[in-house]
Write a protein that binds this ligand. Structure first.
Ligand code: FE
Ligand code: FE
Ligand code: ZN
Length: 278
């Protein structure tokens, strides 16, 4: 089945998001666990979640992807920012247990001059402090564009983080097509080669979700500017190959393009046209 969704605003609650997803033609969605620029999460509305779960099961919307706030930086040089990252992730994971078997995507972090190795050690430290063996959520490291001192641009960095995680069953990767291309992996001309490298370094069994974004910038530019599907440097032919590739086609795909809102419905229809029957 083609699992295709988009990023939705969580302002109106879960049931509203579920209905919006279906209206847009999506069969799954991603949302921010709280304000993307940080801050406290709203209290959980248990009635909303219960109603949502009934609707989501009817419509086949699960599993969902929850995205951590951008401000979460496990490898900041400042202890208070690292503590905020730990508290936020622990709280997000506890809340997500209300929605079974979710995926939780986060940006590994920026080492801000401390160096990649020190940064990776701090990220591992946070993950081991917050991941619980009994949780149903799988935590996903997002592949990053490599802007500034971002960790997670290379598959080797992601592998090094995974190596440090104690509860191996609860850690995976979300591949962002804009980010990997920005990071220098040529998924336009050599998708097979990039996926083979991913398998050798990380292992394809770790890959649990794909963020589907075109890029405003060329290969290796490390800028992280998303573009609408087919309008950027990846182009529509690349997306046809990506969503139909045998190792990717059974994963859930999530749009995070500037199309947004009703624009997502147009992109979803387009991608459904690109999809070959299994
Ligand atoms: Fe992200
Ligand atoms: Fe992304
Ligand atoms: Zn991005």
């Amino acid at each position: 089945m083609f699992k295709l969704g988009c990023h939705l605003s969580s302002a109106k609650g879960f049931l509203a998001m579920g209905k919006e997803a279906v209206e847009l033609g999506a069969n799954t969605f991603q949302f921010f666990t709280r304000n993307p620029r940080g801050g406290a999460a709203k209290p959980l509305d248990e009635a909303d979640i219960a109603a949502f779960l009934v609707f989501a099961r009817e419509q086949g919307l699960l599993p969902l992807v929850a995205h951590a706030p951008y401000t979460l930086n496990a490898c900041s040089a400042k202890a208070n920012i690292r503590a905020f990252a730990k508290e936020t992730m622990a709280d997000d994971l506890a809340r997500l247990e209300h929605i079974p078997a979710s995926l939780y995507v986060f940006h590994p972090g920026s080492h801000v001059g401390q160096g990649v190795e020190a940064g990776i050690a701090l990220i591992v430290d946070m993950l081991n402090a917050v991941i619980r063996p009994e949780q149903s959520t799988v935590v996903l490291l997002e592949t990053m564009a490599g802007k500034g001192s971002e960790i997670g641009r290379t598959f080797e960095e992601l592998r090094a983080i995974i190596n440090g995680v104690e509860i191996q069953e609860r850690i995976g990767v979300c591949l962002d097509t804009c980010h990997v291309f920005d990071g220098g992996y040529d998924i336009v001309n050599d998708l097979n080669g990039v996926l083979e490298l991913f398998d050798r370094v990380i292992g394809l069994e770790r890959l649990k979700a794909v963020h589907l974004n075109d890029s405003k910038n060329p290969l290796g530019s490390r800028k992280d500017r998303h573009e609408s599907i087919g309008q950027g440097h990846l182009g529509e032919e690349a997306f046809k190959r990506i969503i139909n590739h045998p190792v990717l086609r059974d994963l859930p795909f999530y749009l995070e393009t500037p199309a947004g809102g009703l624009g997502y419905a147009v992109e979803i229809r387009l991608l459904q046209q690109y999809r070959n029957p299994g």
